[in-house]
Design a protein around this ligand. Structure first.
Ligand SMILES: Cc1cc2nc3c(=O)[nH]c(=O)nc-3n(C[C@H](O)[C@H](O)[C@H](O)COP(=O)(O)OP(=O)(O)OC[C@H]3O[C@@H](n4cnc5c(N)ncnc54)[C@H](O)[C@@H]3O)c2cc1C
Length: 256
């Protein structure tokens, strides 16, 4: 298939975690006024490796659509080709890509939503949150209850923590739960994996609304959007299905 290819120029690189070697990368795409996409989608980056072979990798866009460009959130994978290329990119350097691609997008009409992410899986969630709760302009959340359950191993891997905290402080319908699976007792916040907190949200909401499963509807108006590595995605999907959710209510993106 003939796809339009674009050139993205790195304008800013921020190390978010030295321990996890994770970078926030801001790109400009000068050839278009706005590179448009739906929040949650990814792009495919292309580059030729040391053996002359063309390599393609998917990266979720970590920002809402905006004039000028987009952000990525990239974790350096030891020995990995593309993640190292991106993490070593200097401002002004360029990379080729095509897209946008993917079905990890908000369902319309918007419903109450639970966003679930681990690690860099929070990238498309940041895109959702920026779009729903723009800093300037109209709030697009329509008063729906939105939860973000974000899990990482250590505190150093909580990417965009300040940003999500700020949105949670400013918008009463956005709740931000961050849980760490390997941090010791000195961590005063939530411990453990995301699944336990997702189950808690679902149970509490069911008690409040009296709507437990899809068959109790209509309307069973809530979706989950899950992004990260396959183990977490699969076990969260299974948990929700066991709790009576219909598979159409579960939207997911797997990175591996
Ligand atoms: C739809 C989609 C969206 C994605 N979005 C992002 C994103 O926003 N940010 C991001 O950092 N990554 C994202 N990824 C993962 C990304 O595409 C690459 O797989 C990752 O950057 C590793 O590529 P690499 O070329 O460096 O490693 P490779 O050269 O492909 O692999 C090197 C080694 O690392 C292992 N490996 C591959 N990926 C991972 C991983 N994620 N963690 C640990 N080990 C791994 C491989 O098994 C292999 O042994 C996404 C993947 C998909 C499918």
């Amino acid at each position: 298939m003939d796809r339009r290819h674009y050139r993205a120029f790195l304008s800013r690189r921020v190390l978010l975690s030295g321990a996890a070697q994770c970078y926030h990368l801001e790109f400009s795409v000068p050839e278009v006024e706005i590179f448009d996409f739906q929040p949650g989608q990814f792009i495919s980056l292309l580059a030729v490796d040391g053996n002359g072979k063309q390599q393609t990798r998917a990266y979720s866009i970590a920002s809402a659509p905006r004039p000028g460009g987009f952000d990525l959130l990239v974790n350096r994978v030891e020995g990995g080709f593309f993640s190292n290329l991106l993490c070593d990119l200097e401002p002004g350097q360029e990379v080729e890509f095509h897209g946008p691609h993917g079905m990890f997008v908000l369902k319309q009409p918007l419903t109450d939503s639970i966003f679930v992410a681990t690690g860099t899986g929070v990238a498309p969630i940041r895109s959702f949150v920026e779009w729903l709760f723009p800093e300037s302009g109209e709030d697009r959340s329509e008063g729906r209850d939105i939860w973000l359950v974000y899990g990482t191993r250590y505190k150093t891997e909580l990417y965009y923590e300040e940003y999500f905290e700020k949105v949670a402080a400013e918008r009463k319908n956005f709740r931000y739960l961050k849980t760490l699976s390997r941090e010791g007792e000195e961590w005063q916040g939530l411990h453990g994996h995301v699944q336990g907190y997702v189950a808690q949200i679902v149970e509490e909401r069911a008690t409040q609304t009296g709507v437990v499963t899809a068959s109790d509807g209509p309307p069973f108006d809530i979706h989950a959007y899950i992004c990260g590595l396959n183990d977490m995605v699969s076990s969260t999907r299974n948990l929700l299905k066991e709790m009576g959710w219909n598979r159409k209510q579960i939207v997911f993106e797997r990175y591996d």
